[in-house]
Structure formats: C-alpha cells, structure tokens
Design a protein around this ligand. Structure first.
Ligand code: YYY
Ligand code: MG
Length: 143
C-alpha cells in the first residue's frame, strides 16, 4: 500500500457543533497524520470553484450557501491509503446510510449538512489540496 495524501474539510455544521477536536481524533486514531490545517470562512467564489463538478446539480446553490454559512477547517491528511481510509472514517454521503461509528453517522443528520468532506480519488485529492494550500504550507513528518 502507498502513502497518500487526501484533502478534508470539517464543514460549518460540525464547526458549529464544536467537534473539530473529536473529528481530528478520529483521523489520528486511524493512523492518518494532519500535515496541514487552517480555519477559514469561504467566499462564495471559493466554494463555487471547489464544488464546480456539481454546478449543474439541483442542490448546488444550497450547497454553496451552506459551505459559506460559517467557518470551516481545511486539512491535508497523510497516511497509508489515506483517500479510501478517510472516506471510510467519514461514512456515506447521506448520514442515514452511514455505518455506525462513522463521522457522518455520529455528527450529521441530513445529506445537505453532512459534517465532513473528503477527496474521492487521487486526482481530486491533488486538485483539492492545491486549491487550498500552497506547497510550503504542507508539513510532512520527518520524525
Ligand atoms: O463526496 P461526498 O461529499 O460524499 O458527496 P458528493 O456526491 O460529492 O456531494 C458533495 C456534497 O453535495 C455532499 O457532501 C452534500 C451535497 N449533496 C446534497 O446536498 N444533496 C445530495 N443529494 C447530494 C449531495
Ligand atoms: Mg464528493
């Protein structure tokens, strides 16, 4: 298995619930390392660009409104198989379908406000990391 990097967001609903630390603990307990992290309040333009692949979907406007409704934490996670590992920690997009013990089962109620984002493939991970972080903001662990 390869060491990968993936991009993650603690969304405005989870920040409002004050569970940033709980969510970071899940990443750490699963062996994923946070190699970059910051809090930000996304502009409409930033959120629209991030979710451009969903531009034509009926929920796009509500999604952008939600993602700009409050601060988020954005982070880069590194570890073995990080992309798939993070998606497993997150659970299904719809919290009603998320397995017990996943972040979305524990911290989300509806599909439109579902606590976390995680990249779904190596290409999207690379694009999303570069959309939020410059190369010198990434801090790979050397010890
Ligand atoms: O990658 P993931 O977040 O699990 O789901 P996507 O299918 O990429 O959708 C992105 C985002 O859009 C989802 O996290 C919530 C929102 N959304 C929605 O509000 N309603 C849907 N029916 C599907 C997705
Ligand atoms: Mg997605």
């Amino acid at each position: 298995m390869a060491v990968e990097r993936t991009f993650s967001i603690v969304k405005p609903d989870a920040v409002a619930k004050n569970v940033i630390g709980e969510i970071y603990s899940r990443f750490e307990r699963a062996g994923l390392k946070i190699i970059a992290s910051k809090m930000m309040h996304m502009s409409q333009e930033k959120a629209e660009g991030f979710y451009a692949e969903h531009k034509e979907r009926p929920f796009f406007g509500a999604l952008v409104e939600f993602m700009t409704s409050g601060p988020v934490m954005v982070q880069v996670l590194e570890g073995e198989n990080a992309i798939k590992a993070n998606r497993e920690i997150m659970g299904a997009t719809n919290p009603a379908e998320a397995l017990r013990g996943t972040l979305r089962a524990d911290y989300a109620v509806t599909v439109d406000e579902n606590a976390v984002h995680g990249s779904d493939a190596p290409e999207s991970a690379a694009r999303e990391i570069a959309y939020f972080f410059s190369e010198d903001e990434l801090c790979p662990r050397t010890r």
